[in-house]
Ligand binder design. Structure first.
Ligand code: M6R
Length: 615
């Protein structure tokens, strides 16, 4: 939700900031802007649209300067237009601010400053912060960095900000509370960003700013000065190395990141298992959980909180952990959990699943669980993310950076980790015979190869996508382990194609939705061979009897189901518990091809952002 970049050093800031904004465009892309400082004073250029539009706008403008900040926006307060684009300036135009998050008390602050003569040029909450910093600086007569700190003490809400001042032209100030911020330390230069992707090509040395901290970054200083916003007390920065490879940030010959990420899955699933699963012995080692594993193995129930695709992975976690390990699991939308006064017992085990590790609702749910005395664990993809840092233990999914806004490889990596947790718990709890656990471990180990085979459905999916691209509404039906797959398939289609799609448990059709079936309605049925296959056949017949179109995902060799459907895609046979890994592949491919056929912005679908750091 909004991307922030900042630079201070000896090079020209503008190209570095633009390069960084391109990397962060997945976080928001309805407007973009830069503020450049230095000898020539502050210059702000901002535009509705994407970073390309900003670049066109600044052609022939003065973009010199060795300090600057930039922003790519996902609108919260105020429509996406030039006025509301970041950076925002203070009343006297001496301070520029970019912000990711929401300032909850901005109206009170704004009204107060308006009564004292401030005029505001935008509808945003961010502009209030720029004005407030100036206000505090003038009233308290303190230098710019201290004015930022004192101003932030008055701010309620979530933020990552970067600010520069015409009066202190060599200093970049950044702060975070609830939204991520990373500081890259180069040779005589610093690059800050919402995540490490804009930094990786310049330096591998980074500081992940802690929540509630700010950093004063001066050109030429050996390290940034890190301090708590609350009391201004400094502490030494924890410098870490960026883990991912630069190649993972490129499309590598694919047309879109979504396509690349779909096709990466045999590798990313293998990476999620690497060093954790021994298929010869059936042993599973999850280092990140080891300190708490004995306690977890005795759990009476596990709660999973997540949003979107991660929530659907959570439902699969419920099937897997209950079936394999015999532990009761409850899965909750994080956005509901935090407001429904859930019954959390001291010593409960609450897992947050989140690709980004920054989802505001999931983070809030985990904080709530911690306050109630639960053990909070994380299953995250982004190393060093807020959820990873705020949980006592957890497992990284190791899928590598996921750039496409629609989640694909992160989903299968999450399901891999959940499968590993289920197997590890089952061994410890002796919930299944040893031989059965060994068989399941081998079967899980075969998933990357089966997924590679499922990717061979590419042409069939492309053909099916032609049909679906003509439709207005599509149902996705599944049952048992295929129900969450149907939910995920429907979410993928609507996200990237903007076609209305609903995922439904097949057995629920007759309780209402079947009223919508006629010759204009199509149903994608996730119908591989499982223990409920006969029931799914029944659902297909019900749709056909009402002249609905049926597109089916079937197991290779299941000619009976294929013959019933108008079109079908055949996926490899695998143990029922791991069917979702292979069944989701054609659904991802179909959504991708429909989006391409309809000319959609596949990697940056409208109205969405990769990490949802606001409520
Ligand atoms: O980063 P998270 O996994 O916490 O994100 C949760 C959802 O916002 C995310 O899965 C969203 O639904 C994706 N756009 C799905 O493709």
């Amino acid at each position: 939700m909004c991307g922030i970049v900042g630079y201070v050093g000896k090079q020209e800031a503008y190209p570095l900031i633009i390069g960084g904004l391109r990397r962060l465009e997945y976080r928001g892309y309805d407007s973009a802007g830069v503020a450049l400082g230095g000898e020539k004073g502050l210059r702000v250029y901002k535009r509705r649209g994407k970073v390309d539009d900003l670049e066109t706008f600044v052609e022939k403008k003065d973009v010199t300067g060795t300090i600057g900040i930039g922003h790519t926006r996902w609108a919260t307060h105020g429509v996406p237009d030039d006025r509301n684009a970041h950076p925002h300036l203070s009343h006297d135009a001496s301070i520029a601010v970019v912000h990711n998050g929401i300032i909850e008390n901005f109206r009170i602050l704004k009204t107060d400053m308006e009564s004292r003569g401030h005029t505001f040029l935008s509808d945003t909450d961010t502009e209030v912060v720029a004005h407030l910093i100036e206000d505090v600086r003038n009233a308290a007569g303190v230098p710019f960095p201290e004015a930022v700190r004192l101003a932030l003490k008055e701010v309620v809400g979530a933020y990552a900000i970067a600010a520069i001042s015409a009066d202190d032209p060599d200093t970049l100030v950044v702060a975070r509370k609830g939204s991520p911020l990373v500081i890259g330390i180069g040779e005589d230069e610093y690059l800050v960003a919402s995540d490490a992707s804009p930094i990786a090509e310049h330096t591998r040395r980074v500081v992940y700013l802690d929540d509630g901290d700010m950093a004063v970054i001066r050109c030429g200083a050996e390290n940034p000065e890190i301090m708590a916003i609350d009391d201004g007390v400094s502490h030494s920065p924890a410098i870490r190395e960026i883990e991912f490879k630069l190649e993972s940030l490129a499309k590598e010959g694919y047309s879109h990141f979504m396509e690349k990420e779909i096709f990466e899955q045999p590798k990313t699933i293998r990476d999620s298992m690497r060093g954790r699963l021994n298929p010869k012995t059936g042993e599973v080692k999850l280092g990140g959980l080891s300190d708490y594993f004995n306690k977890l193995a005795e759990a009476e129930r596990i709660v999973i909180v997540a949003c979107g695709t991660s929530f659907y992975a959570g439902i699969l976690g419920e099937y897997l952990i209950e079936r394999i390990a015999g532990v009761h699991v409850e899965v909750e939308y994080a956005s509901e959990y935090r407001y429904r006064h859930p019954l959390i017992r001291k010593g409960d085990f609450v897992f947050a699943i989140s690709q980004s590790g920054e989802t505001a609702d999931t983070l809030a749910a985990i904080r709530l669980a911690k306050e109630a005395g639960a053990y909070a664990f994380g299953i995250c993809n982004v190393v060093g993310s807020s959820i990873a840092r705020e949980t006592v233990a957890g497992v990284y999914t190791h899928a590598g950076p996921e750039i496409g806004v629609a989640s694909t490889k992160a989903f299968t990596a999450q399901v891999t980790v959940l499968s590993l947790i289920a197997l590890a718990l089952a061994r410890r709890r002796r919930s299944l015979p040893e031989a059965e656990l060994l068989r399941l471990a081998k079967e899980l180990d075969s998933v990357p190869d089966k997924v590679a085979a499922a990717l061979e459905t590419r042409s069939a999916c492309r053909e099916l996508a032609e049909d679906i691209s003509q439709l207005r509404d599509v149902y996705y039906l599944g049952r048992g382990v295929c129900y969450p797959v149907a939910l995920e398939g429907a979410l993928k289609l609507k996200e990237v194609s903007y076609i209305h799609a609903e995922g439904y448990p097949a057995g629920e059709m007759k309780h209402g939705p079947i009223a919508l079936i006629d010759e204009n309605m199509a149903v994608v049925t996730v119908a591989p061979l499982t223990e409920v296959h006969d029931k799914i056949l029944g659902s297909i017949q019900e749709v056909k009897a009402r002249k609905g179109k049926v597109y089916a995902i079937v197991t290779e060799g299941d000619t009976e189901t294929a013959a019933l459907a108008d079109r079908s895609v055949a996926i490899p046979q695998i143990d029922e518990l791991f069917v979702p890994f292979v069944a989701v592949i054609p659904l991802q491919l179909i959504s991708y091809f429909v989006a391409v056929l309809l000319g959609r912005d596949v990697d940056r679908p409208r109205n969405l952002a990769k990490s949802v750091t606001v409520e």
